[in-house]
Design a protein around this ligand. Sequence first.
Ligand code: DGP
Length: 113
Amino acid sequence: MSCVFCRIVAREIPASILYEDDHVVGFRDVNPVAPVHILVVPKVHVPRVDAPEVCELKLGDHIFRAIGDITRREGLQEGGFRVVSNAGKGGGQTVDHLHFHILAGRSLAWPPG
Ligand code: DGP
């Protein structure tokens, strides 16, 4: 298995995992760009947010439920946070396994760079 996020889901490589349910895993980004930087990934390998499997498998439902749970547990809801999913080279995607970044803990500029 070559996908790094599939390997994290399978516990083949270590990660700071803070959330897991039947469909989704959440873990801390190895290269954080904010004081809180969490990645939320489906257990199934899907390349990016616009892949047909996202709707076919209702991954949005599972992922957004997890994001709600994680931001509540981590105490991010009052201060606010940002959720981002980069798609493709121009979108800044570097790992071809669908993931959502949760960013928090500092003031986040808009528009993003
Ligand atoms: P993106 O550029 O949107 O595809 O984000 C990929 C993120 O994945 C990037 O912020 C760094 C993170 N990342 C890459 N490899 C690993 C890893 O092995 N472990 C963890 N925890 N994060 C990783």
